[in-house]
Write a protein that binds this ligand. Structure first.
Ligand code: GDP
Ligand code: MG
Length: 436
């Protein structure tokens, strides 16, 4: 996915100026990236249409840094689509009652525990967990295990078969025992069915919770949207909990759900442990869905430093086989201007881990620069003229060995060949090559 986005951004960066065709091409890639991340087709299409309109409206084509503006538009729109700012939960009641809903296996019981633990530690509340899954005795046991682990009291009644009654008794128990938050865990089925819907509706009506939360497994992709719609039609819930985001799902379901039911996503679950809960931040999710790590800031910095005009000139030179050491030197200086190599590489998704073990420091360029500085202008434009005696002289002049000079010449040759092959020019490719 991030390859795709990379490609999309490259379309913008590779060419000196943006044309309408480029915008369309880029948005097509963005749309593909979204669909890959489980965003449904219509939502993705509407999304890219909106970005396109904005891009044209803001005169992206004639702006100073079209690529940068484009990336920003895409990210902002995506963030907006997921609800803008993070939304909290309503804890105003006394006690405030929170009702969990969702299919079996979506993570209701686990999340009930996580939320209780979160409210207890972060908001110094005294929560009570209530077990309303009357069909499986194991479900009651599970909630007790969770409660024990986080030291939160659990109300259950194994003889009572009416979930409405248990919920009401639980709230009464909370009032009598000084609990100011009541979290009601309910039963779910494997798929949406009439009986489950009737039951949750009755519980909902009887207890009038401050917050009704819909819990959904982010790995269920498109199904999640239909389930969300079914529950929302019945409950008109207040917020969505997206669980199991610790897997390699991109979380595109978040966008689809938001656009179908128009309710905020409030928390995400990122693991089985009780601590694996996070407030949902739309802008972070936008990054995740676009799979771009800190690519935005990388693009921004790269764009600042690489003169498009310069890049075009370079491209011509490569095409004509006129790329010499002076150009090479310029490229090194450009890369150095962008900051510490390691930091820079760390911003590229996937590359960060790799770079930890390899020690690239800016000193790596020192020898190279010294060698090039010891060459005559003639030698720089025509490296093939550098014979054995010249190598010796350059080595001496730069305080390096003939071997080091040879090594640089070899690398330079390989690189010019590669560059000719790639024909792209531009900073990103240059960096990739240097890295190799
Ligand atoms: P319920 O049927 O809706 O109550 O779902 P459970 O809370 O019992 O969760 C079903 C399964 O999903 C359990 O094995 C949980 O450990 C697991 N689970 C719940 N939330 C998460 C999460 O955020 N990440 C991961 N990896 N597993 C989760
Ligand atoms: Mg459960």
């Amino acid at each position: 996915l991030s390859d795709k986005l990379d490609k999309a951004l490259h379309v913008l960066k590779g060419h000196g100026s943006i044309t309408e065709v480029n915008v369309a091409e880029t948005l097509k890639e963005v749309r593909r990236a979204l669909i890959d991340a489980d965003v449904n087709f219509k939502t993705a299409k509407d999304f890219t249409n909106r970005v396109k309109e904005k891009a044209l409206g803001q005169n992206v084509l004639t702006s100073l840094q079209p690529g940068q503006l484009m990336v920003k538009l895409v990210k902002d729109e995506l963030t907006e689509l997921m609800g803008g700012d993070a939304t909290g939960i309503d804890l105003s009641g006394s006690p405030s009652v929170i009702l969990m809903s969702g299919l079996q296996g979506s993570g209701k019981t686990t999340f009930s525990g996580k939320l209780a633990n979160y409210l207890k530690t972060k908001k110094t509340k005294k929560p009570l967990l209530v077990a309303c899954d009357v069909y499986r005795p194991a479900a009651i046991d599970q909630l007790h295990v969770v409660g024990d682990a986080i030291k939160v009291e659990v109300y259950s009644d194994r003889d009572e078969k009416n979930p409405v009654k248990i919920a009401q008794d639980g709230i009464a128990f909370a009032k009598a025992n000084g609990h100011n938050v009541v979290i009601i865990d309910t039963a779910g089925r494997l798929a949406v069915d009439e009986a489950m819907m009737t039951e949750i509706k009755e519980v909902h009506k009887a207890i009038q919770p401050q917050e009704t939360l819909f819990v959904v497994d982010s790995m269920t992709g498109q199904d999640a949207v239909n389930t969300a719609k079914a529950f929302n039609d019945i409950l008109n819930f207040d917020g969505v909990i997206l669980t199991k985001l610790d897997g390699d799902t991109r979380g595109g379901a978040a966008i689809s759900i938001k656009s179908v039911v128009d309710k905020p996503i409030k928390f995400i679950g990122t693991g089985e442990k009780m601590e694996a809960i996070d407030v949902f931040y739309p802008s972070r999710m936008a990054d995740r869905i676009l799979g771009m790590g800190d690519v935005v800031s990388l693009v921004e910095r790269a764009q600042e430093q690489f003169d498009e005009e310069e890049a075009r000139k370079l491209q011509k030179k490569i095409a004509k086989d006129q790329f010499g050491f002076d150009d090479f030197l310029k490229q090194i200086q450009q890369v150095k201007k962008m900051g510490n190599m390691k930091d820079l590489m760390g911003m590229i998704p996937g590359a960060g881990k790799m770079m930890k073990d390899i020690d690239i420091d800016d000193d790596a360029f020192k020898h190279i620069e010294a060698i090039i500085h010891s060459m005559t202008p003639g030698e720089r434009t025509d490296p093939s003229s550098i014979n054995a005696s010249r190598k010796k002289r350059i080595g001496k002049g730069s305080g390096t060995s003939v071997q080091q000079v040879n090594q640089l010449l070899k690398q330079f040759n390989q690189m010019s060949k590669m560059m000719k092959m790639m024909q792209g020019g531009g900073g990103r490719k240059m960096m990739q090559m240097m890295n190799r």
